[in-house]
Design a protein around this ligand. Structure first.
Ligand code: C5P
Length: 314
């Protein structure tokens, strides 16, 4: 997450770049009594970002209005997305405002302007990352200084992927997804990905609804070792795994065409292919950027959806 502050009295603006994520591994270990599933998943952020501009009145000069005009407004450049409390970015703002009130802190009326690049319902964590960015950004803008643990607790209230998207570049996440153990990747060896986002969105709840919980869950060890450099990185491609891919493809069989189109480039240009999260985006893991660009050029005319070449990291 990248933050940039600018002041033009009487307003202060903070711009936050909210990254997308992909899952390199996702296994479901059990169904829980609260309707969620116990997971083990490895996620990395990638250089595809939503941009979020947070603007509020400067506090000292306008304290009276601050008290009178306490509120959160969302605007979004994608008219297909809701801007009320159904939008996780609005919910994040409202949640942080509630937290501020509990600490007897008034907060100024604030506008959240959301500029979307991350496709929705794609398994790329777009909405979750927007929410994480709003939490971190408003904590700064309102000078609440909540600290990482409190922000993580609020993030977990908003969604299972939000705690990861608060911080690390890569992590292994457990529980509902909210127990985040950061992983360090060698910055000089980013992952190169070809990402295909089909024009079909998938609801996370529907995909989980179709899932059969395995009797013998897989472990993340092979992905973990290849990713963090304990074994040869080239083994990462064949170790990629996502338990949600099968139910997602059962729900939307057209997705198999996207998977096959990427799979055709294994092993010549790609090391492996996987659906991210609960779908519908797929990625191919490439040896280097040139190979990724060649695959993207070949896939672009096929009408599978939007095709991008990405790297892991900020
Ligand atoms: O936490 P989040 O709101 O992103 O989850 C969306 C839906 O995905 C949940 O309502 C639930 O159906 C499913 N889910 C799950 N187990 C998880 C995470 C999500 O069953 N660990």
């Amino acid at each position: 997450m990248i933050l940039r502050r600018s002041t033009s009295a009487p307003h202060t603006t903070l711009e936050v770049l909210a990254p997308a994520k992909v899952n390199l591994f996702l296994e479901v270990q059990a169904r829980r009594d609260d309707g969620y599933h116990e997971l083990e998943t490895i996620m990395v952020t990638v250089n595809l970002h939503d941009r979020i501009r947070l603007t509020c009145l400067d506090q000292p000069a306008s304290l009276k209005r601050v008290v009178e005009e306490d509120g959160i407004d969302l605007t979004c450049d994608d008219p297909s997305l809701p801007i009320g409390p159904e939008n996780l970015a609005t919910r994040a703002g409202l949640l942080l405002r509630r937290e501020a009130h509990q600490r007897d802190r008034m907060v100024p009326r604030t506008t959240i302007a959301l500029y979307k690049q991350i496709p929705a319902q794609a398994g790329l964590g777009g909405g979750s990352s927007d929410a994480a960015a709003v939490l971190v950004g408003l904590d700064r803008l309102w000078d609440l200084r909540l600290g990482p643990e409190q922000l993580a607790a609020l993030a977990a209230e908003l969604g299972s992927d939000v705690p990861f998207l608060l911080g690390p570049e890569a992590a292994i996440c457990r529980g509902r997804g909210e127990h985040v153990e950061p992983l360090s990747l060698a910055p000089e060896r980013p992952l190169h990905l070809v990402l295909v986002c089909p024009p079909i969105g998938l609801s996370t709840a529907s995909v989980y609804g179709r899932l059969r919980v395995p009797s013998a869950p897989r472990t993340a060890n092979e992905v973990l070792e290849a990713l963090t450099g304990r074994t040869d990185r080239s083994r990462l491609g064949s170790a990629l795994f996502n338990r949600l891919q099968e139910p997602a493809e059962a729900l939307q069989p057209e997705l198999v065409r996207v998977r096959d189109a990427l799979q055709n480039w294994v092993p010549s240009h790609l090391d492996g292919v996987l659906m991210s999260g609960s779908g519908s985006a797929y990625f191919g893991l490439s040896r280097n950027r040139d190979a990724a660009l060649s695959v993207a050029d070949a896939l672009n005319p096929l009408g599978l959806g939007s095709v991008r070449v990405l790297t892991s990291g900020p």
